[in-house]
Design a protein around this ligand. Structure first.
Ligand code: M6R
Length: 366
C-alpha cells in the first residue's frame, strides 16, 4: 500500500499535488469566480458577523491555524487568535456568542481539541471544524465544517494533512471575503487561478528531492537546527522544525527571523545549520538582512528561495529553489522542501520514519 515508496511519509509527501486538488475540487469555479462550500454558505451571516475568530488545534494543525491567522486577517479583517487547545481549555478563556471557533484536526479525535470545542459550545460560540477523517468525533461535535479530503494519512508525521488544511482554510477566507465584498472580482479570480496552479507548483517542488537529499547527507549528524521565516513563512519554520524533531530526533527550533536578535542568535556558530525561508514575496529585504546577521556568525545557511534568486545565493551555503506564488499561498510551496529535508535526514539516521518513538497518530489522551 506504500505504492512503491519506502515509507508512508514519502508517499504522502508525493500525494500532495493530488490531495490539494481533491481539497478544492468542486469548490472552486474559476470561470464564475466562485467558491462553493456548503458549510460556509449555510452559516454565512453567523461567520461574517463574528467579532473574533478563535482557532484551536494541536501540533501541525496548530501551525496550519497560524497560517490561517495571516490569511483571515489579511482577507477578511476579523481579529484571529490561535490557541493550543490544551491551554485554551484549561485557561478559563473569554468566549462569547459573538465568537466563531475554528477547530482544526486531521484525525478529528484529538482529546484536547475535542474538549476545547465542547467548552466553546457551552459558552455559546459557533464552532466550525476542519477535519480530514470523515465522521470523526470532532466532525460530529462541531456545528458545521469542511473536510480536507486529503485521503488517509498513515505516517505519524503530518504532511498532506497540513497542506490540505491550509488549502481549505484559504478557501474559507476567500469565500468570506467574497461575501463581505472585500475582494474585487479580479482579485478573487487571481487568487482562484493561483490556487489552481498550486498542484503543479508543488509537483515542481518535489523535483528538488535529490538536491535536498544531498544537503541532508551533509547535516544529518548536526545536534541542532534552527528554522527561520517571517510573515506567512513563520509558521512554516515552526512546522519544519517540528517535522525534524519528531522523525529524526534532532533538536530543532523554529523562530520568526526577527526574533533572532532577542536571544537565539547567541546559539549561532559555525556548527549550526540554519534553514531560512527567503522567498521573494513577503519581507524579502528583511529576511536578507537576517541572513547577513547569521552569515557573519558563520552559521551554515540552507535557504529556500524563489526560482532565479541571486541575492540569497551569494550568502547561503545551499539554496533550494521553489516556484513563485501569491504571498498568501506561499506556505503550500515552501513547506515541501522542509518535509523532504526531515524525511531524508531521518532515513539517513535510520529512524523509524512512519512511527517515531513515543508518538501516536492521534493523541486521544489529555
Ligand atoms: O489529528 P490532529 O490534527 O488533531 O493532530 C494534532 C497533532 O497531534 C499532530 O498534528 C501532530 O503534531 C503530528 N504528529 C505532527 O506531525
Amino acid at each position: 500500500e506504500k505504492n512503491g515508496y519506502d515509507h508512508f511519509m514519502l508517499k504522502e509527501i508525493h500525494e500532495q499535488p493530488d490531495a490539494i486538488k481533491d481539497t478544492y475540487r468542486g469548490r472552486l469555479l474559476l470561470n464564475d469566480g466562485i467558491i462553493k462550500m456548503a458549510g460556509i454558505e449555510d452559516n454565512i451571516e453567523r461567520l461574517t458577523s463574528a467579532q473574533r475568530i478563535i482557532i484551536v488545534a494541536c501540533g501541525t494543525s496548530w501551525h496550519a491555524g497560524l497560517v490561517a491567522e495571516y490569511i483571515f486577517e489579511d482577507l477578511i479583517r476579523i481579529p484571529v487568535e490561535v490557541e493550543y487547545a490544551s491551554e485554551f481549555r484549561y485557561r478559563n478563556p473569554v468566549i462569547t456568542p459573538n465568537d466563531v471557533v475554528i477547530a482544526i484536526s486531521q484525525s478529528g479525535e484529538t482529546a484536547d481539541t475535542l474538549a476545547a470545542i465542547k467548552l466553546a459550545k457551552e459558552k455559546g460560540a459557533f464552532v466550525f471544524g476542519v477535519c480530514n477523517v470523515v465522521g470523526s468525533s470532532i466532525a460530529r461535535e462541531t456545528h458545521a465544517g469542511a473536510y480536507t479530503h486529503a485521503g488517509p494519512e498513515i505516517g505519524v508525521a503530518s504532511t498532506k494533512a497540513f497542506t490540505t488544511q491550509i488549502t481549505v482554510l484559504s478557501l474559507i477566507a476567500l469565500k468570506l471575503a467574497q461575501f463581505k465584498g472585500m475582494l474585487s472580482a479580479s482579485q478573487l479570480r487571481e487568487y482562484i487561478a493561483e490556487m489552481e496552479a498550486i498542484p503543479a507548483k508543488v509537483e515542481e517542488c518535489l523535483k528538488v528531492d535529490a538536491h535536498v537529499k544531498y544537503i541532508s547527507s551533509m547535516y544529518k549528524d548536526s545536534p541542532n537546527f534552527l528554522y527561520l521565516g517571517r510573515g506567512y513563512n513563520f509558521p512554516v519554520a515552526l512546522e519544519g522544525a517540528l517535522k525534524l524533531k519528531e522523525i529524526s530526533y534532532i533538536h530543532a527550533e523554529g523562530y520568526p527571523a526577527a526574533e533572532m536578535k532577542h536571544g537565539p542568535i547567541a546559539l549561532i556558530d559555525e556548527h549550526m545549520p540554519v534553514v531560512v525561508i527567503a522567498t521573494k514575496r513577503g519581507h524579502y529585504e528583511k529576511v536578507l538582512s537576517n541572513i547577513q546577521e547569521i552569515k557573519s556568525r558563520k552559521a551554515k545557511i540552507i535557504a529556500v528561495v524563489t526560482k532565479g534568486d541571486t541575492e540569497v545565493r551569494e550568502m547561503a551555503d545551499h539554496v533550494i529553489e521553489v516556484p513563485e506564488t501569491l504571498e498568501g499561498l506561499t506556505p503550500l510551496i515552501t513547506t515541501i522542501p522542509l518535509q523532504l529535508l526531515s524525511y531524508h535526514i531521518a532515513v539517513m539516521r535510520e529512524c523509524n520514519v512512519d512511527q517515531p518513538r513515543n508518538l501516536a497518530k492521534s493523541v486521544t489522551v489529555e
